[in-house]
Design a protein around this ligand. Structure first.
Ligand code: URA
Length: 439
């Protein structure tokens, strides 16, 4: 086989075989095929796409380039949840304990944040003492005893994806559905859960800016899981505005805790219940309707919060954070206000820019090596459809001496549009579509 012939085939819109896809990926990982040939192949895929089978073979060869984790040491039903990433997306922190309180086992490997989206691992590390680098034995012990555990993803899960993603990033081939689905699913299928619930974000703060593309991406990932005989459900959800009110590490932990106390923002609470109900439905423990009821009860009766407390303690964190989050979490007391410049309705939010505003305050990383400040971030007080008067506070900025407040204010000003009329209902819908595997 020669790489040039495989590139040629794809360039002409033909289908690559399983052997050809394996040859390209393995050759790249081994250093036998150079960057320029893989780049050309990726660009050909970008323009010509891949069939369902090609996507599957690509996923599997990337998955098998590293460790495949067997979770059979964890007793019970294990359902994984994955979000394609957004601004203010702290769902894992609340959904995990919530579904664990209803009998599921949640054992997650998560990543750090980069760019405008935050990462679960960074958020958790804002809790004093919380350890995300835990041994395999600890991981299994906590999952079995508490029902909920989150560890940092090791370097050896789908290393081929890591190498290829770095190349895609500099060759303008990130935003292609086959490549995104194979990248995400290679990591998801590397962990032996019984089922997966995907939260595919769409809107101004997501990879997929429009609903149609997000639905296509969701369907593509569902098909890959089906070919792997894995149970899966994908929800396509709104990222046309930040999820919940808080953005930034400690602020997001605070909001997750408040949500499990029944005092969370409406959109975030509803998304947690919806994702959780789908996880329980997929597990067979409850029907979807029963699950919604149980999850709401477990917020009201404190069971979900109790699991969160046990989980934080088990991973070395200061569990007083659950009772007195404001005293334990590092949250800056230096607050600046971003105000409305005229009367009207909030009609559009460039959510990606709001995420970048939080990043320039210090809550996120521009480059992998950047350090983050857990104490800074943004609290959004006015969301889509809110009526505002000139001078009303739209958002509070929690800042430090190192924050680039001027840049953050400029970004927020560019992000928010105030018009005479509120936006259409579609823009404020929380869940657009549900795609169920095996149907
Ligand atoms: N997230 C991933 O892990 N991979 C992509 O290609 C895009 C988002």
């Amino acid at each position: 086989m020669r790489p040039v012939d495989i590139i040629h085939k794809k360039r002409n819109g033909e289908v690559n075989t399983k052997e050809e896809i394996e040859f390209m990926i393995n050759g790249y990982v081994n250093g036998q095929i150079p960057d320029y040939q893989i780049s050309a192949w990726l660009m050909a895929i970008y323009f010509k796409g891949m069939t369902k089978e090609e996507r599957y073979y690509l996923t599997m060869v990337m998955r098998d380039s590293g460790d495949v984790i067997d979770l059979s040491g964890i007793k019970g039903i294990k359902i994984d949840k994955h979000s394609t990433g957004g601004v203010g997306d702290k769902t894992t922190l609340a959904v995990g304990p919530l579904v664990a309180s209803a009998g599921l086992k949640v054992s997650k490997l998560s990543g750090r944040g980069l760019g405008h989206t935050g990462g679960t691992i960074d958020k958790l590390e804002s809790i004093p003492g919380f350890k995300t680098a835990i041994s395999k034995d600890e991981f299994f012990k906590i999952a079995n005893e508490v029902g909920m555990v989150v560890a940092g993803q090791t370097g050896n899960i789908a290393p081929a994806d890591k190498k290829i993603y770095a190349l895609r990033d500099v060759t303008a081939t990130v935003d292609e559905i086959s490549l995104i689905s194979a990248s995400i699913m290679s990591k998801k299928l590397a962990v032996g859960s019984d089922g997966i619930v995907l939260d595919v974000k769409t809107g101004s703060g997501a990879f997929m800016k429009n609903v149609e593309d997000a639905v296509e991406l969701a369907k593509s990932m569902v098909e890959i899981a089906e070919l792997n005989n894995r149970k899966i459900v994908a929800l396509v959800t709104n990222m046309d505005q930040p999820l919940g009110d808080n953005i930034g590490n400690s602020l997001e932990v605070l909001e997750a805790i408040e949500t499990l106390k029944g005092k969370g923002p409406e959109d975030f609470t509803e998304l947690c219940i919806e994702l959780g109900a789908n996880m329980l439905d997929l597990s067979g423990l409850y029907s979807y309707e029963e699950a919604r009821k149980v999850l709401k009860e477990n917020i009201d009766n404190g069971k979900a919060l109790e699991i969160m407390k046990k989980w934080i303690k088990a991973q070395g964190g200061d569990d007083r954070v659950v009772d007195e989050p404001e005293n334990i979490l590092p949250i800056s007391d230096k607050i600046m206000e971003f105000k409305a410049e005229k009367d009207g309705f909030i009609s559009h939010i460039d959510t990606e820019k709001v995420g970048i505003a939080s990043m320039v305050l210090g809550a996120g990383r521009k480059k992998k090596e950047d350090e983050i400040d857990f104490s800074v971030g943004i609290k959004v007080l006015k969301k889509l459809g809110s009526k505002v008067k000139k001078g009303d506070v739209i958002a509070k900025l929690y800042v430090s001496d190192k924050s680039n407040v001027e840049e953050a204010m400029r970004l927020l000003k560019e992000s928010y549009e105030i018009s005479e009329n509120p936006p259409g209902k579609m823009k404020m819908k929380l869940i657009y579509e549900k795609i169920i595997g095996g149907k």
